[in-house]
Design a protein around this ligand. Structure first.
Ligand code: MN
Length: 242
């Protein structure tokens, strides 16, 4: 009979759906992908006109999906990495001797972490709230005012040459603006310069794939529009969790 196979397939399917379960050691864990593409927390059109639906569909369904697939392929071929969370993979990067594998995971586990966080950091206009009192106070203390923060963050995002990210991080207990190239992020100790390390509170993807369909070369317009769709509730949650 086929019952054992059906059960096995059902288990794998459930494991993939559960995400965290897929990474846990278990009877069939070796068959389960390490990471899964998370659902967008809003409909692709929900950020219009600031970020268009087609961009969101391709960005999430193609770009982010490819980072997940590529990271899973690399992990599947390297048994010592199986079962690790994406944060653990990122923390493991400096100890990976194989340069090709290290770079594959830097780009793709990094890309997965960055995008999974980015979707949470966005919300439809009017739904993201305002910075919490604690975050607003820290922003004022670090940058002078919310407008000053936006200006400085926008400059970091504008000046990032080529592809990368602008970040608001907590570093040694203080807020700081920084940026990283490609799919690097401020959690990559031993990979990015120490000056860029910290806990991400807010991030902005400035790869052309994040804005080119709607904004073409006008990255500053995309950056300005970002402030309409920031999920300040998520930023506060991350800030208060540091
Ligand atoms: Mn992206």
């Amino acid at each position: 009979m086929n019952t054992p196979d059906l059960n096995r397939r059902s288990f794998v399917k459930l494991s993939l759906a559960a995400g965290a379960v897929a990474a846990a050691p278990g009877a069939f864990a070796q068959d389960a992908a390490a990471f899964t593409l998370p659902e967008l927390p809003f409909k692709p059109a929900a950020l219009e006109p600031h970020i268009d639906a087609r961009t969101m569909e391709i960005h999430h369904g193609k770009h982010h999906a490819a980072y997940v697939t590529n990271a899973n392929t690399a992990i599947a071929a390297n048994p010592s990495l199986k079962g690790k969370t994406v944060e653990e993979i990122i923390a493991t990067l400096p100890s990976i001797a194989d340069e090709a594998l290290r770079n594959t995971l830097r780009n793709n586990a990094g890309g997965h972490w960055n995008h999974a966080a980015f979707w949470q950091m966005l919300a439809p206009a009017g739904q993201g709230g305002q910075p919490s009192d604690a975050l607003a106070s820290a922003i004022k203390s670090a940058f002078g005012s919310l407008d000053d923060f936006k200006k400085l963050f926008g400059e970091a995002a504008t000046k990032r040459f080529g592809s990368g990210w602008a970040w608001l991080i907590v570093q040694n207990g203080k807020l700081k603006i920084t940026s990283t190239a490609n799919q690097d992020n401020p959690l990559m100790k031993g990979i990015v310069p120490d000056a860029d390390l910290g806990t991400p509170i807010l991030g902005l993807d400035v790869w052309e794939h994040a804005y080119y369909l709607h904004y073409q070369n006008r990255r500053p317009d995309y950056i300005a529009a970002f402030w309409n769709v920031v999920n300040w509730k998520e930023a506060a949650r991350r800030f208060e969790g540091v």
